[in-house]
Design a protein around this ligand. Structure first.
Ligand code: KIV
Length: 276
């Protein structure tokens, strides 16, 4: 039976009915598993920089890396909606290139939509991309690409003035035609107010339980990234020590001559060997 792809209209209809699930993925094997698990949306996040490429900041990945990984993910997925995360250089450094870069996520990498973080010219850029017919997910609160302007990696919207700004940003993005908004690191009650005020789904990360959906970075959820772990992360499994133990066992087997065994080797008939 053919699997039905999750569409923008499916995501919109989920608001108020059932929670939306989203995880990041950056490569083929993990995207296969995330899709198989029935997760609704996969974000090829620019967190690629930190959790896969070992870079310090998400601003260090560009279109080449993002498209390369997005292509691997879309090859793997048959059901989930795949969102390409627009990297810093693709719409903040040169806002005039935003539509062309968003189009590359859709046409070259076969993503279903793009996500972009709030910044000074966010509304202008979002309007242009939506006008070009590309579905957009907004992202407000802690926006890592411009974290230095927000006072670092801190919870956002903690006083009434800052919370009002976030509510306004969410309302403006919804009015422009975004079909969902990621709320990152905001107090749960502010996320609740935003979720109740706007008609499109909110997807939280460090935003409490009242949002319409949740997203986590896959490597955080699987215990594959140890450099730092934000408070909001729940590790569903701690894979790093399990993988390390397997690698150590492999090393031991090779050194002790236990691997490969006959079951892993290819044979040749005795008479053929004798001819040598
Ligand atoms: O890049 C990313 O993984 C993200 C999520 C944290 C939402 O933007």
């Amino acid at each position: 039976m053919e699997t039905q792809k999750v569409t923008v209209s499916d995501i919109l209809k989920m608001k108020g009915k059932r929670k939306i699930t989203m995880l990041t993925a950056y490569d083929y094997p993990t995207a296969v598993l995330v899709d198989k698990a029935g997760i609704d949306m996969i974000l090829v996040g620019d967190s690629l920089a930190n959790v896969v490429l070992g870079l310090k900041s998400t601003t260090e990945v560009g279109m080449i890396e993002m498209l390369h990984h997005a292509k691997a993910v879309t090859r793997a997925v048959s059901r989930a909606m795949v969102a390409g995360d627009m990297p810093y250089e693709s719409y903040q450094v040169n806002p005039e290139d935003c539509v062309e870069n968003a189009r590359r996520f859709i046409e070259e990498a076969k993503c279903d939509c793009v996500k972009l973080e709030w910044f000074d010219q966010c509304l202008e850029v979002t309007r242009k991309i939506i006008k070009a017919g590309i579905p957009v997910i907004g992202h407000i609160g802690l926006t890592p690409q411009t974290a230095d302007k927000l006072g670092g990696f801190k919870v956002q919207g903690k006083d009434a003035e800052a919370a009002k700004r976030l509510i306004q940003q969410a309302e403006d993005l919804a009015k422009l035609g975004c079909f969902a908004i990621v709320l990152e690191c905001v107090p749960d009650k502010i996320a609740q107010i935003i979720t109740e005020k706007i008609k499109i789904p909110t997807i939280g990360i460090g935003a409490g339980k009242y949002t319409d959906g949740q997203v986590l970075v896959l490597h955080d959820a699987l215990g594959l990234f140890d450099r730092y772990t934000p408070k909001f992360v729940k590790k569903y499994i701690n894979l790093s020590p399990l993988i390390l133990a397997a690698l150590e066992e492999y090393k031991k087997d090779v050194i002790e001559g236990k691997y490969p065994g006959p079951e892993h080797s290819f044979s040749i008939k005795e008479e053929e060997l004798k001819k040598l």
